[in-house]
Design a protein around this ligand. Structure first.
Ligand SMILES: Cc1cc2nc3c(=O)[nH]c(=O)nc-3n(C[C@H](O)[C@H](O)[C@H](O)COP(=O)(O)O)c2cc1C
Length: 306
């Protein structure tokens, strides 16, 4: 969908519209990413990729909760060398930017994977420093301003494409991490990854997920994610923020823009309807016209002006 009302640019990326596929929902393949792009997404983020192949956890890896999913996939991925071929192929098929999500177990690993992703054609890199269910990566790094800063600096030094840092909500003050990421060189922030959670089966009397704990996503997390975006925009009004968590319809997207997000990522809702991007874009456009705004950019952060 092309519309001047919806087109945005941030951190050097130009998007036809502000809806982006969140990491992990449609995997890696060029084919599935392209289905999402055809469903109206302005950009796509790949599932997180690491330096070596990982099988992830055994089943069950996903369980439903009230208005939400809890997942502990364990970052299954084929490793960056195999995945680089898919990135190259994706670039020949996709008409929207491809953002490659990267994880590692050290700052060096993050830098190696990010550089390979960019060499293969990634338009931007998103650092997954926020996965709540894999030890020694993800949120263990993203909960420490010092580690986070090291990772961001090392990655920034080896890539020449926009660097997006995806933050964890599992901290007492997300603005401290946001500031550390920006001071270390992040060009934009995604807020947020999943909330640490679990479910227990009353019959077996045991945790449902094989990994015991996982990450909560979907409509139930939206108010938390929205508060995180609001807090970050209040603390750091210049940094572009991508809101993520529970976006299912155009009202959710508009709430994130008003809180200070320049774009939104959509994950769980895509599993229900792959055309959710198109539907949300139409709704946001109608809202902007009704309220007499010329661009979605004009409503970013307006909730702070009360
Ligand atoms: C099944 C599943 C797999 C996910 N895998 C990843 C991943 O590999 N990397 C990552 O950064 N986030 C991953 N996430 C988190 C999403 O990208 C997103 O941050 C989160 O689900 C909140 O958005 P939502 O409520 O729209 O789903 C995953 C989420 C789900 C549900």
């Amino acid at each position: 969908m092309e519309s001047d009302l919806l087109s945005i640019s941030f951190a050097g990326l130009k998007l036809q519209n502000p809806t982006i596929l969140a990491s992990g929902i449609m995997g890696y393949s060029a084919e599935s990413l392209n289905r999402v792009a055809k469903g109206g997404a302005g950009a796509v983020v790949t599932k997180s990729v690491g330096i070596e192949p990982r099988f992830g956890y055994s089943n069950p890896t996903v369980v439903q909760a009230e208005g939400a999913l809890i997942n502990a996939m364990g970052l299954p991925n084929p490793g960056i060398d195999v995945y680089s071929e898919e990135i190259r192929f994706s670039k020949t098929v996709l008409r929207v930017p491809i953002i490659v999500s990267v994880f590692g177990y050290s700052a060096d690993e993050y830098a190696v994977v990010a550089k390979k992703a960019v060499d293969a054609g990634a338009d931007a890199v998103e650092l997954n420093v926020s996965c709540p269910h894999v030890k020694q990566t993800g949120s263990e790094i993203g909960q420490s301003p010092k580690f986070l800063s090291e990772v961001v600096q090392q990655v920034k030094a080896v890539i020449n494409k926009p660097l997006i840092v995806k933050l964890t909500p599992n901290v007492s003050d997300i603005t401290l991490l946001a500031r550390a990421a920006v001071e270390a060189g992040a060009d934009a922030l995604t807020a947020v990854n999943t909330l640490k959670a679990m479910a227990i089966d009353t019959e077996t009397m045991l945790p449902v997920l094989s990994n015991v704990k996982g990450g909560l996503s979907g409509p139930a997390v939206k108010p938390v994610a929205l508060r995180c975006v609001y807090d970050i925009h209040e603390a750091l009004s210049d940094v572009p923020i991508i809101g993520c968590g529970g976006v299912s319809d155009w009202r959710d997207a508009v709430e994130f823009f008003l809180a200070g997000a320049s774009a939104v990522q959509i994950g769980t809702a895509v599993a229900v309807d792959i055309e959710v991007f198109q539907t949300i874009n139409r709704g946001v456009e109608a809202y902007l016209r009704k309220k007499h705004f010329g661009s979605v950019k004009d409503i970013v952060g307006l909730a702070h002006h009360k």
